[in-house]
Design a protein around this ligand. Structure first.
Ligand code: NAD
Length: 279
């Protein structure tokens, strides 16, 4: 495993598993399988409505809590709720998080930020971050908030490597967690000829080549999978390295294309989408 040291000194594993679009039972199975395979970073969110299942997967794995880097995200409708962090901890069956994000840049994010800052000061979360925030709001947070964000979580993959954002992160020391690291499984991306060629060269799968490219680009990855073989493979990327020429060749795939484009209407919807009970 390789680690990223955050700008507050916290050490974060660079590869883990995410449980987006999984039922609580699926998240439970995926997290248990991942932890048993050696994965030590788990990413969930209030909005995935599977934190309870994620917590059960952690318990069932038998891996001690302190060995796991646990990440969650507050949903906009609870940003201003005083008990939002405590309720997140309860669902996950833990008394602290390693990293807590605000999930979306809705209008009430500044109030939400106060909530996660408070949790940070109380030691309930070891690091805080902003997910899906545009650069201007990241800058505002850096300039105006008491505790500077430690990590951003954004869509990133070879078709959209976040080159501009990374320049800003370099100056501030913020880490980047790449969501959709495999382009949400897009076959066009995964089967790009360069990945097939490098997969043959290194005796790895195309997905492993993409994930290795992320690690060497400085991205923390947490691909989603319900398949135990894929979960294990996605973590088995630390025994080889791409050359500078190969990294440069992959950089030419940048199309400036995202799979997800946020709109003001979508943000409005997020601001009112009530969470369903997560059992
Ligand atoms: P991904 O890019 O990780 O792709 C997942 C897809 O790739 C799945 O269909 C899976 O079956 C397939 N796959 C996984 N491993 C594979 C392998 N070794 N070989 C071949 N196929 C493989 O997309 P994702 O799972 O949607 O995103 C990853 C994580 O990012 C999520 O679980 C979630 O935690 C996070 N996320 C965050 C946000 C956000 O707003 N912050 C948004 C979306 C996702």
């Amino acid at each position: 495993m390789e680690y990223l040291t955050l700008n507050n000194g916290v050490k974060m594993p660079m590869a883990g598993v995410g449980v987006f679009m999984m039922s609580p039972a699926e998240a439970e199975a995926s997290v248990e399988s991942a932890l048993r395979s050696g994965v030590r970073l788990v990413d969930t969110a209030n909005g995935y409505m599977n934190e309870s299942g994620t917590g059960r997967g952690i318990k069932k794995s038998g891996v001690p809590r302190e060995e796991i880097f646990l990440v969650s995200k507050l949903w906009p409708t609870v940003y201003e709720k005083e008990t939002a962090v405590e309720e997140t901890l309860q669902r996950l069956g833990t008394d602290y998080l390693d990293l807590l994000f605000l999930h979306q840049p809705t209008d009430n994010w500044r109030e939400g930020y106060k909530n996660i800052e408070k949790a940070y000061k109380e030691g309930k979360v070891k690091a805080i971050g902003l997910s899906n925030f545009p650069e201007e709001l990241l800058k505002e947070a850096m300039e105006t908030m008491e505790i500077k964000p430690h990590v951003v979580q954004v869509e990133a993959h070879p078709y959209y490597p976040q080159t501009e954002l990374k320049k800003m992160l370099k100056d501030t020391g913020m880490g980047l967690m790449a969501w959709f690291p495999l382009g949400h499984g897009d076959k066009n991306l995964v089967n790009e000829p360069v990945f097939t060629r490098l997969a043959e060269k290194y005796g790895k799968s195309n997905a492993q080549i993409i994930l290795r490219w992320h690690i060497q680009s400085g991205d923390v990855i947490f691909p989603g999978s319900k398949n135990p073989d894929h979960i294990r493979d996605n973590f088995d990327i630390f025994d080889f390295a791409l050359t500078d020429e190969e990294m440069a060749e992959i950089a030419t795939l940048d199309k400036g294309v995202r799979y997800y484009e946020s709109t003001p209407e979508m943000l409005q919807q997020y601001a009112t989408m009530e969470l369903q009970p997560d059992l």
